[in-house]
Design a protein around this ligand. Structure first.
Ligand code: MLT
Length: 236
């Protein structure tokens, strides 16, 4: 297994032009898109359609009767959407539902990986199950995609990617993978890493500290999601 990492949105924007046909991508947006998606998967959501823009979300929702609009801009629920992007909004009322969601970085990162052989949804919340899924699949090439925040590198995504590299054990690593693997050693625990991250500090400043604490819970859920044909569905 060879593991590489896309560290920021600029690298992610180039992915559609890359040959990912033999690559398994794992997308991390720990604060909070993939944490919310993993939570929804753990609570019985039927499918989550990530899209990049609000117009795309509105158009897709119109084609999917009964589907629910979800997502954020600048961290807040989008006007007219039923759900925002707090993981706590996905602990109930999503069972059996189909969600159409757009967020600042996480959904964009997922769609950028569409050409990959396999696309998995990663978070701290499902890290153990994710590592086991990858060990079971044993792909030759893995790309860990750190969604970032706006145009910037996001510490929390790279931290989660580093824990996954550590959990996967024996693998060939790119320089970026070696770098993220070293990150967790800088922090006493996941919560301190997330509270240090800019995105975490912004969320705490908005009174959303409990969401940061939840997103820091490692292997809290055993749900793993795979995106196929534009929809994230649970892997059983
Ligand atoms: C993102 O997609 O950039 C984040 O999930 C934004 C957020 O949830 O605040």
């Amino acid at each position: 297994m060879f593991i590489d990492v896309a560290l920021n949105p600029a690298e992610i924007a180039r992915l559609p032009g890359c040959d990912l046909s033999e690559t398994t991508c794992v997308v991390f947006d720990v604060l909070r898109a993939t944490s919310s998606m993993v939570t929804a998967l753990a609570h019985g959501v039927e499918a989550v359609y990530p899209v990049s823009t609000i117009p795309e979300a509105l158009a897709l929702q119109a084609r999917l009767p009964g589907s629910v609009l979800a997502g954020e801009r600048h961290g807040e629920r989008i006007d007219g959407f039923e759900l925002g992007n707090s993981p706590f909004e996905y602990c109930s009322a999503v069972c059996g539902k189909t969600l159409v969601t757009t967020t600042t970085n996480g959904t964009v990162a997922l769609r950028a990986c569409e050409g990959a052989r396999v696309v998995l949804v990663g978070a701290l919340l499902n890290l153990g199950a994710l590592a086991q899924e990858l060990r079971n699949r044993n792909p030759a090439r893995v790309l860990l995609v750190c969604a970032g925040t706006f145009e910037e590198f996001a510490l929390e995504d790279a931290y989660a990617a580093g824990l996954l590299v550590e959990a996967l054990g024996d693998a060939q690593l790119s320089d970026a993978a070696h770098s993220v693997k070293a990150l967790p050693r800088l922090f006493s625990d996941p919560l301190s890493a997330l509270q240090t991250a800019k995105n975490g500090r912004v969320l705490v400043g908005k009174g959303r500290g409990k969401e940061v604490e939840r997103c820091a819970q490692v292997s809290f859920y055993s749900a793993v999601g795979r995106m196929e044909s534009g929809a994230v569905r649970p892997i059983f």
